[in-house]
Design a protein around this ligand. Structure first.
Ligand SMILES: Cc1cc2nc3c(=O)[nH]c(=O)nc-3n(C[C@H](O)[C@H](O)[C@H](O)COP(=O)(O)OP(=O)(O)OC[C@H]3O[C@@H](n4cnc5c(N)ncnc54)[C@H](O)[C@@H]3O)c2cc1C
Length: 418
């Protein structure tokens, strides 16, 4: 089944054209070869060299077409080789390209590189743009973001202990990180470091700095790729042991690391949610396809069973609420209004809705639902993981409650219209 994208009456022509052109590539160039693109084999054997080579060539062909159609890197400004889209335009494009899992990388917008590119655009010097950003956007380099630590709560970044100390013109970094995604392939890491004593006077948020560390620097020791969902992964555990990098590798002013992380995560959460909406859309289509074709007890199709009709209604409502909440949040961000409560709300609601929608689709497909023959099992794991990554649900619920209570304590009630 293809993704059904028609012009949205409330959107301008430019976004509608981008969505239609994106859907055309997804429908014509990606979905028909979806399994081959990722070197997938149907009998649990490892893919042969030929299969992997064919996959690489297919991906290159799709990427070339994406570039010819000027749909490459929707998150970056024109001067850095991107489409120069506004925040909202990018969000609207994301739900389309996320219909096929993994397609984002074929459009040049794949985490963690995309988040790092945004941070480099905003905080990087012209020299850093030339040295790190340019090769990253041209896909000549890979990168990773190294913040979370095994010994401290990732949900509270102020607890991080990795320390960077200035010695002459060099930062000397010591610390222990894990879940540094893309850690094996990355040419450089952006490492979140404590650059001031936690007990020194001043705001705790002003004591962190992000520093670029090339992977091949002496003292960067990859301990392992941490297995995730029972499979090998490139989410790396890394020890930084007396790692020395030039002072000019820091991003922005000393002490702006926390703010840079907030910038990255805030926008990133909206993009992740629009990706989740695209994936839910696909899971919904797959579920309906099966409901309309599978015959069960008594010779009736699944679509005639009321339990199953309940699945359709519940999933429809989940997708619509998730989508409209995310678009509303993106609109607020674009208008300059304070979006913090909306960002936390979608960060909690959307992955949970995504989880429910995929769960129902898996149930409808029975054993096939958990097999590797369909993208549903991968989506299910992705949806579950999203409830932890980028800040766990509970932390965001606490933030929502605090913001609401602060308003009421200030003598004002909540205005849901604004
Ligand atoms: C697949 C994957 C990829 C990742 N990629 C990256 C990456 O590229 N770079 C990177 O730096 N990190 C990455 N992470 C790490 C991720 O950002 C952290 O896992 C996340 O921030 C949570 O931190 P933690 O695991 O230390 O959990 P903790 O902070 O220990 O929290 C554990 C649990 O405690 C509960 N909890 C926490 N705080 C509170 C509270 N205040 N009140 C009530 N309950 C609470 C929540 O249920 C939470 O899930 C990745 C994680 C995953 C799973």
């Amino acid at each position: 089944m293809s993704m059904n994208i028609k012009p949205v009456p409330t959107l301008d022509d430019e976004v509608n054209e981008i969505r239609l052109a994106t859907a055309e590539i997804v429908n014509q160039d990606i979905l028909p070869v979806e399994k081959k693109l990722w070197g997938w084999v149907s009998d649990s054997a490892d893919a042969s060299k030929e299969v992997l080579e064919e996959a690489k060539e297919l991906r290159r062909q799709v990427q070339d077409k994406v570039k010819r159609e000027k749909l490459w890197a929707p998150h970056l400004p024109h001067e850095f080789g991107g489409m120069g889209l506004s925040f909202l335009q990018h969000a609207y494009m994301n739900e389309v390209l996320a219909y096929s899992p993994g397609a984002a990388s074929l459009f040049g917008v794949v985490a963690p590189n995309s988040g790092n590119q945004k941070i480099l655009v905003k905080y990087g010097t012209p020299e850093q743009h030339e040295k790190w950003l340019k090769p990253l956007t041209e896909a000549k380099m890979q990168s990773a973001f190294s913040m979370t630590e095994p010994d401290n709560a990732g949900s509270d970044p102020r607890s991080l202990m990795t320390r960077a100390v200035l010695d002459g013109d060099e930062w000397v970094i010591n610390g222990h990180k894990w879940f540094t995604s893309n850690g094996h392939a990355a040419d450089f890491y952006i490492v979140m470091c404590r650059t001031a004593d936690p007990d020194a006077p001043g705001d705790a948020n002003d004591k962190m700095t992000q520093i670029i560390v090339p992977r091949k620097t002496p003292g960067v020791n990859i301990v392992r790729g941490v297995p995730v969902w029972g499979k090998a992964s490139s989410h790396c555990e890394i020890k930084y042991e007396n790692v020395r990098v030039p002072k000019e590798n820091q991003l922005g002013r000393t002490g702006t690391g926390h703010q840079a992380a907030q910038d990255r995560l805030g926008a990133g959460r909206v993009y992740h949610c629009m990706n989740s909406v695209g994936s839910m859309w696909r899971a919904f289509d797959l579920m309906i396809e099966r409901l309309m074709s599978r015959v069960v007890h008594g010779g009736e199709k699944l679509e005639e069973k009321q339990f199953m009709q309940g699945f359709i209604a519940d999933s429809y409502m989940d997708i619509q609420s998730a989508r409209l909440m995310t678009i509303n949040c993106a609109e607020k961000m674009e208008s300059g209004a304070d979006p913090r409560i909306d960002i936390s709300s979608i960060k909690v609601f959307v992955p949970q809705a995504y989880h429910r929608v995929v769960d129902r689709a898996i149930q409808v497909w029975g054993a096939a639902g958990v097999s590797g023959d369909l993208p549903l099992a991968g989506m299910y794991q992705g949806a579950r993981t999203l409830r932890i990554a980028d800040g766990p649900d509970e932390v965001h619920k606490i933030l929502i409650a605090k913001m609401v209570l602060r308003r009421y304590h200030g003598g004002e009630s909540w205005d849901f219209g604004n």
